[in-house]
Structure formats: C-alpha cells, structure tokens
Design a protein around this ligand. Structure first.
Ligand code: PLP
Length: 369
C-alpha cells in the first residue's frame, strides 16, 4: 500500500500532463458516525463524504478522467445523458477544458441539478419518459450514440458499458478508502455500502478493491453492498436472490439519480459482489428521505436523497441483524443536498425562520440574561 496523502492526479498519470483537467477532485474526508451507527448498535460506522467534490458529487472523479481523456484525444464536443450529477460534473470539466457539452436529461431531474448544469454553460434537453421507461431510455442512448459518431464528438455516460475510461477515475475511491482505513487504524473495511442506479459506482468500487487485492496491497476484499430503492430494483433484488442477471424495470422510485430502469452495468455488479461477498439491499423511498433528514440533524451531513441511500441500506441491514456490531463499515455519501431543493423543502416543512423586530430581540435579551 502506498503511504502518504492520496492524490487523485495519480489516477491521471497515463494522460499527458497538458491534457489533465483538474478542479481538485478526490481526496474526500472520512468521518466516523457519532449517532446513526450507535443508534442501531454499529460501533464502527464511517461516512465517506463524496459530496465535498468540486461540483458536489462523486461524479467529478468520472468527469475528471473522461474529459481529460477527451482533451488528450483532441475531442471538442461532449454528448451525454444524465439524471443531474453526471451532467453537472461533465459540464464543469467541459467548461474548464473549453469543450462544448450537450446533455439529455431524465424526466425527473430536480431543478437544483438543472440550474447547476446551465450555470456551467451546458446545453440541455429533457426527454419525457427518460429514466422511467427502460425501452425508451435505451432508445435515447441509441440516438446519442449516433450524434456522437462524428469525429470531434464523444459520448459520456457514467457507466463501464459506455465510458470505461471515465469510470476508471471512480476506482480511485477504493484506493482512497483502503488508505484511509489504514490511516485510522481500522486495518481494513468489512463492508462498503454503495448505492446503485445503473451500477457503475458499485462496480467501480468493487473493481478498485480487486485491483489492490490482485497487486498484493490488500489482504482481503471488503463485501461491497449494493443498495437500491425498491422502486428501481434492477440489481439488488436479483443479487440477493442468488440470480446472475439483473432485470429491467418500470421505475417508480422518486430518488433522483437512482432512477435507472435499464440494466447497464447490472450483470457485472452482480458478478463482482458475488466475488467479494456483498449482497443486495432494497430500501423504501420514505426511509431514504428519513435517513437524509437524520444525517443532517444527527450527524451534520447535508446530503441529497441519492447520496443518503447507502446509509439507509446500512441502517436497515443492521436492524435486520446482517451486520456484526463490531465490523468496520463505510457508507458512501455521494451528493450534496443543495442539488435537490424539493427534498430540502420536505426536510424543513414544519420549521420556519420568522422575521422579528429588534425590540423583540432586545426583550429576549432582557428576559434571559
Ligand atoms: C448522488 C448519486 N449517487 C449514486 C449514483 C449511482 O450511480 P450509478 O448509476 O453508477 O449506480 C448516482 C447516479 O447518478 C448519483 O447521482
């Protein structure tokens, strides 16, 4: 294992220095749970704060590698699909690189993510039914493939099935996690909880740990646990049921970012989790929202619903008795609450910030001091 501070830029070593586009991504904090873990009997629950990446989600690891590679190959047009976070990350790195960025957005993308992409200067269009209907979603991707067949263009979708170079950047997460486990004297992780939409993130984390294991830098593989909302059960259910293939669904989940009804990297996720001993966990949307709110109020972590889903999976698994209370467990927290204003509105619906007069404040001072 390499010691010292992790540098994401190490991941870009194969790319010529002049083409490396960086905004300071990666090297994100690891913090110990003070309340949520102990509330379900977990002594060593940790959170990896991927929401501290430059555009507010772990997708910056993807975009950094993908856009740097496009610059190295002389490409000038990025054509992408996104539920929001991939688009925001790509739009940011395209702005940095001076590359044009056009993004097909899923129907349910929240306003916060749309505005962020627009602010970075991306051209957007939303497609009705995209992200809900698996057949229609596949057809959207087919259209984009044709648009990006021109020599100056390249399609970017944050999945190994489409953009393996960009996804190699996400494997850096496992390398950081392995170093951080050593740094905090936990030795190694027993379980790593990842949320899945198309499964690229869970696959990247699994493959990143395998890489370290194969290089003799990690004695045992952690179990990579795949958490999905019940309304987008493409991977977690089949994995848990012992099946080898993922399934397409009609998505009914309202968790933005995890509304991916197609299989995408699903079959590879199932195979990878089988190799490392992880399983699938299905959580209800309302439990994800409840966990998002608890993360803010009990841990001071401001995550979007998709970003809170791995934690929801770990809490549920602990309640089911699936986890050893002494196990070393880390949950990825992948995106910021600023991305999803409607979920924030729901979190604060019974609170307010009343306007008062100075005299009211002075009266309070006189009464309390
Ligand atoms: C915040 C967040 N977490 C997790 C994911 C899941 O990633 P994947 O589709 O690679 O499974 C996404 C996907 O958009 C996301 O936005």
């Amino acid at each position: 294992m390499n010691s010292g501070i992790w540098r994401f830029s190490r991941w870009l070593d194969p790319i010529p220095a002049s083409a490396r586009m960086t905004l300071g991504e990666g090297n994100t904090p690891l913090v110990r749970s003070r309340r949520l873990g102990p509330s379900v009997g977990l002594k060593n629950l940790y959170f990896k704060l991927e929401l501290t990446n430059p555009s507010g989600s772990y997708k910056d690891r993807f975009a950094c590698a993908a856009i740097s590679d496009m610059v190295a190959c002389g490409k000038t047009e990025c054509i992408a699909t996104s539920s929001g976070n991939t688009g925001a990350a790509l739009a940011a790195y395209c702005a940095l690189a001076g590359i044009s960025c056009e993004i097909a957005i899923v129907e349910g993308a929240p306003e916060g993510k749309l505005k962020q992409m627009l602010a970075y200067g991306a051209r957007l269009f939303r497609v009705r039914g995209f992200g809900i209907d698996s057949r229609l979603s596949e057809q959207v991707v087919e259209c984009l493939k044709m648009l990006s067949a021109r020599p100056q263009a390249q399609m970017q979708i944050s999945a190994f099935a489409y953009s393996p170079v960009g996804m190699s950047g996400v494997k850096s997460l496992s390398h950081e996690l392995a170093e951080q486990a050593t740094a905090i004297d936990r030795g190694a992780w027993d379980h790593v909880f990842c949320m899945a939409g198309g499964g690229g993130l869970t696959l990247a984390v699994s493959l990143g740990f395998e890489q370290l294991h194969d290089a003799g830098q990690l004695p045992t593989l952690p179990c990579v646990e795949c958490v999905q909302p019940e309304g987008n059960n493409t991977i977690a259910g089949p994995l848990r049921a012992g099946l080898n293939v993922a399934q397409t669904v009609q998505c009914t989940s309202r968790i933005s970012g995890l509304q991916v009804p197609q299989i995408i990297d699903g079959n590879e996720v199932i195979a990878a989790c089988r190799r490392n001993g992880g399983t699938g966990h299905l959580v209800e949307d309302h439990f994800v929202w409840e966990t998002q709110s608890r993360l803010a109020r009990e841990e001071g972590i401001f995550a979007e619903p998709a970003g809170s889903t791995a934690v929801a999976g770990a809490l549920q698994a602990a309640n089911e008795g699936y986890l050893d209370p002494a196990a070393n467990i880390v949950c990825l927290i992948t995106g910021s609450a600023f991305k999803d204003p409607p979920s924030l509105d729901a979190m604060v619906q019974h609170t307010s910030a009343p306007m008062i007069e100075l005299q009211d404040l002075q009266r309070r001072v006189a009464e309390t001091c």
